[in-house]
Design a protein around this ligand. Sequence first.
Ligand code: AMP
Ligand code: MG
Length: 474
Amino acid sequence: MALDLPFDNSYARLPARFYTKMPPTPVAAPRLLALNEGLAQQLGLDPADLKTPEGLAALSGNGVPGGSDPLAQVYAGHQFGGWSPQLGDGRAILLGELLAPDGARFDLQLKGSGRTPYSRMGDGRAWLGPVLREYIVSEAMAALGVPTTRALAAVLTGEPVQRETTLPGAVLTRVATSHIRVGTFQYFAAQNDVEALETLTQHAIARHDPDAEGALGLLQGVVARQAALIAQWLGFGFVHGVMNTDNMTISGETIDYGPCAFIDAYHPMRVFSSIDHQGRYAYGRQPDMALWNLTQLASALMPLIGDIEAAQAAVDAFTPAIQTAWMGVFRAKLGLRTEEESDGPLIQALLARMAEDGADFTNTFRALGGEAAADQFTDRTAFAAWETDWRARLAREEATPEDRKAEMDRVNPALIPRTHRIEEAIAAALRDDLAPFHRMNAALATPFDTPGDFAELTRPPKTDEIVAQTFCGT
Ligand code: AMP
Ligand code: MG
C-alpha cells in the first residue's frame, strides 16, 4: 500500500506544455540514509510514516504516494552565458505540493529519480556524493538563516551509477517553496508563448508575491529577494558556483548545490567550480551575475510588462538594493548598530587585509567578537592598524562589549560546512560509515553556538587537505 500524503498539486493543474507527467523510475534496493525529522514535522508529515517500507518507497521512487501527480518540469536557461532553449528536470520528479500546517506550500521533489524527456545524454541518476553534499550544505544554509531549498531525505538506491568510476546511486528528496526558475520564464518567452508566460506569472505571483500587480510586480519581488539572498551569501563567504539562469529561483531560495563552497582563505575572486575557467561565478562577481540573470528575466517578461523603462527601472533597483543589504550584513558582522559614512571603507579595508593574508573568512569574523582576531593574519601590524580604526568606530556605539559580542556571534557563525570536511564525510559514507555525515549535520544545525565538541570542524584545511576544485553534481 502506498503512503498517502496531503498533496495539492497546483503546478500539475497548469497546461500540459509546462511539464511531462511521469512517475519516478523504481530502484533496486532502497535504503534510508538520512531523514530530516524536524523538516518532516514542519511539513506536517509524521517521520515515523516516512520510515516505513511505504515511506521509503515514496522517498526512493519505488512507490508513488497517494495524492501525488508526478511530473518533470520543463525550463530553459543560460548556462555560463550560453543559451539552451530546452533544459528541464533531467533527473528530478516533482511528486507534488504539500500544504504545511501553517498554510505554506512546498514542492516535494525527488532528485536522482531516473531519466525523463529532458535528460539529454544524462542517466537521470545521482551518486551518493552530491546527494550528501546537497543535504549537508542546504541544511547548513537553512540553519544560517539563508533562504534555501531543503533536504528531507537521502536514500541509497542499491544501484550503481557510472561516472569516472562506478559509484553508489542515491536519491535526495528536495523541498522548495517552488522550483520555478528564471529559466522557466525564458523557456516560454523564447517560444513567444505569451499565454503560457501569463499563466506562469499568475502562478508564481500566487505562490511568491500575492500582493504583486502583474509581471512588473513579480519582477520587482524577484529583484528584491535576490538582492537580499546574495548579500547573505557574501556575508557567509558562500560561492554558489553555477549561477546559471536555470539555477536562479523566483522564490529567492538558493537552489542547486553542485560545485558550491564556502570560502576558507578569503579572496574576492575565489572560484571553486572545475568548469568555471573564466571565473564567471567567482565570489565577488555574484552580484553582477545575479543582475545579468535578472536582466534575462526582465527580458523574458517584456511581452507582459510592455513598458521597457519600467522593466529597466525594476532591474536597476537591484544594485542599490544589494548595496544596502550588503552594508547591513557587514555592519552587523563588525558589530555596528549605527550607520556612518566611513563604514563602507572600513569594511573594505578589512576585506582587503584578509585577501592580502589569505585569512580564513569564517574564523576571522568570528574572532572579531572575541580577542584573538590578529591570529588570523600573517601581517599583524597591518591588522593592528585596521583594528585601531575599528575600535575607534566601536567607541561611537552604545553597546556594551558583552552585548556586542553576543550580537556578533549571532551573525558570524563558528561553523560552516567546509569543503574538506564534506569530502571526508562522503569518503566515509562510501565505506558505509555515515558517522561523519551525521556529525556534520548535528554540528551545523546550530552554527552560531560555541562549537564545544565540534571545535575541530572549525579548523581550516591544512595544505594537504585543501580541495581546490568542486564538481557539478552529476
Ligand atoms: P545542473 O548543472 O544540476 O543545474 O543541471 C543542468 C541540467 O542538466 C538540468 O536540466 C539537469 O536536470 C540536467 N542533468 C544534470 N545531471 C543529469 C543527469 N545525471 N541525468 C540527466 N540530466 C541531468
Ligand atoms: Mg540546475
